[in-house]
Design a protein around this ligand. Structure first.
Ligand code: SF4
Length: 375
């Protein structure tokens, strides 16, 4: 099997590779193969963290990675909510974008011949039938110094540019604000990668959700995946009415014990497990905190700050609805429900705890004001 397909299972060739694997998704599901567990992880990480990368990458073979993709598509179709479909496709695209960039850098270093796991920019352009639409504009060190531009820019035909970019990406993407010449638009390397991410998003979303039930084989698949679908629905439903707050002040002293503990661990420099970091950051985002406020409160810098800032942006972008922090039940299952106190006995969600604590406290001072005053 071409190892590219484990990393890019939405490539056209990957579909044929799944056929060649001589085992159908139905058979995998019937025997509860590892690809099913990885497929579930793929969807859960997409919804919770905006990535489909495995938490333990070396746990899965290339074959399991590849086969987990059709399983994930079946799961997303069975869950069948627009938010799940969109966020799943976005997470596949974001993950692909990160992998493309890493692969292209390897390719630029001239190292590609030493490994078969990377793809080149040309491979990806060909995959999305963009090879004839995109041309590099190599710059010299002198011209770079003069222009201050990226080392490499590209020209992409207007038609392809307009097809892939969308109005809600902001002013700078509008054609009137772009440099145009002979029917092509000049884009930076990062912008070209953004357009390729969009091409992936559209390919993944294409055909989702599809009808799984309706035949005896489809009904069998749906029945066999009932537990996995329930688990994904639980994740989405963790934002029930209790998972909201209309309290606008940030008062760390009134946080529920679980969140106080996570804040303290982060401030002490501990690298939190992904699910714990998600719980904490989604809680802080639900209070209306932005990336700078979150990284300041957690006293993190460098790579950790940048990862957390990306997570804040992702959660904020999700509009908060399906990405509210986990309920107490989920926190307990993660092992993050600690130091319970009396108020914990009266609520089922950390945000409910906080809302109740702030209301009982009466007049409170927002932590953000104290930070501003200190400056
Ligand atoms: S009961 Fe809920 S609010 Fe209290 S510590 Fe556990 S998870 Fe947090």
């Amino acid at each position: 099997m071409d190892p590219h397909y484990a990393r890019y299972p939405f490539f056209d060739g990957a579909r044929a590779a799944v056929g060649d694997a001589d085992i159908s998704p139905a058979a995998l599901i019937a025997e509860d193969a590892p690809a099913v567990e990885r497929g579930l992880e793929r969807v859960e990480r997409a919804l919770m963290e905006g990535t489909v990368a495995a938490e333990e990458p070396h746990r899965w073979s290339d074959r399991e990675e590849l086969l987990s993709y059709p399983i994930a598509r079946i799961l997303v179709s069975l869950v069948d909510t627009p938010a799940a479909v969109d966020k799943y496709a976005a997470a596949e695209a974001t993950t692909a974008h990160d992998r493309f960039r890493a692969d292209f850098e390897t390719d630029d270093d001239g190292l590609q011949s030493t490994t078969t796991r990377t793809v080149s920019l040309e491979d990806v352009l060909r995959e999305f039938e963009l090879a004839a639409d995109v041309r590099p504009e190599r710059s010299t060190p002198d011209s770079r110094r003069r222009s201050g531009r990226d080392p490499t820019q590209y020209w992409i035909d207007v038609g392809a540019y307009l097809t892939l970019s969308t109005a809600d990406w902001g002013e700078r993407w509008r054609l009137v604000n772009r440099e145009l010449a002979t029917g092509a638009v000049r884009v930076t390397t990062d912008e070209l990668h953004r357009l390729l991410e969009e091409a992936v998003h559209r390919r993944v979303a294409d055909g989702l959700p599809f009808e799984v039930r309706g035949s005896s084989a489809g009904d069998e698949i749906a029945d066999a995946l009932e537990d996995e679908v329930a688990s994904i629905r639980d994740l989405l439903n963790d934002h029930d009415a209790a998972g909201r707050t209309d309290v606008e002040a940030v008062v760390p002293a009134l946080f529920p014990p679980c969140m106080k503990a996570l804040v303290q661990r982060a401030r002490e420099g501990e690298s939190l497990p992904a699910h714990s970091e998600f719980s904490l950051v989604s809680f802080l985002v639900a209070l209306g905190m932005d990336a700078t406020e979150v990284t300041t409160l957690l006293d993190v810098t460098d790579e950790t700050a940048s990862r957390i800032a990306t997570r804040v942006e992702y959660l904020t972008d999700a509009g908060g609805s399906q990405f509210a922090p986990p309920s107490c039940a989920s926190m307990q299952s993660y092992g993050d429900c600690v130091n319970k106190d009396e108020r914990c006995e009266t609520i089922s969600h950390p945000l409910s705890y906080y809302t109740s604590a702030v209301r009982d406290a009466g007049d409170v001072r927002d932590w953000r004001e104290t930070v501003t005053d200190d400056e």
